[in-house]
Design a protein around this ligand. Structure first.
Ligand SMILES: [Zn+2]
Length: 182
């Protein structure tokens, strides 16, 4: 950040009084521009014993498979955001959303909130950001063509839990490059 979004003046990085981290502070109006993680809400849309995945029509990871998910908008709940993203990306309505995973990705300052959800009908089609939508049985999941580690993690948890018919909420951290031993 170089300029203040309030007044257009220059911003500097400085630790405000009483704070412990450097922030972007406007030299003119003194506004402190905090930057915090963003929430991504998404679904595991279930139809019978199959899951709906979307093949991305946008970067990053164009052409790879993902679960419908996206950034929350102001004024909506996490469940509304997850259902809206599913409607936008896969043109399908989901109901009975159950929180399933809270995945922090500290390296990119994102928190994913993934919901298990029942598809209201077997109707679906690719939205604007999607090349292709398809229902997958477990043995058909394109494990080597998944777009993001968080998608892989969510699906791994889901298929493990489905064997036990028990779906606890998973709260986990995902690191893109696991720390190596020195
Ligand atoms: Zn300013």
């Amino acid at each position: 950040m170089f300029f203040c979004s309030n007044c257009g003046a220059q911003v500097i990085e400085k630790v405000p009084a009483g704070d412990s981290r450097p922030r972007h502070i406007c030299v003119s109006c003194n506004a402190i521009h905090y930057q915090n993680p963003k929430i991504v809400a998404g679904c595991l849309p279930v139809w019978d014993d199959r899951l709906l995945l979307c093949r991305r029509a946008i970067e990053p990871r164009h052409g790879l498979w993902t679960l419908p998910a996206g950034f929350m908008e102001n004024g909506e709940s996490t469940e509304q955001a997850a259902a809206r993203e599913t409607l936008e990306e896969a043109c399908t309505d989901v109901v009975d959303l159950d929180l399933y995973g809270v995945f922090s990705i500290p390296q990119i300052n994102q928190v994913y909130m993934m919901f298990r959800a029942r598809m209201a009908s077997g109707d679906f089609s690719p939205g604007e950001e999607t090349l292709e939508t398809r229902l997958f049985s477990e043995h058909e999941i394109p494990w080597d063509k998944l777009a993001f580690p968080v998608v892989k993690r969510t699906l791994e948890r889901y298929y493990r839990d489905i064997r036990n018919d028990h779906f606890p909420v998973h709260v986990e951290d995902i690191f893109r490059h696991p720390a190596r031993k020195p």
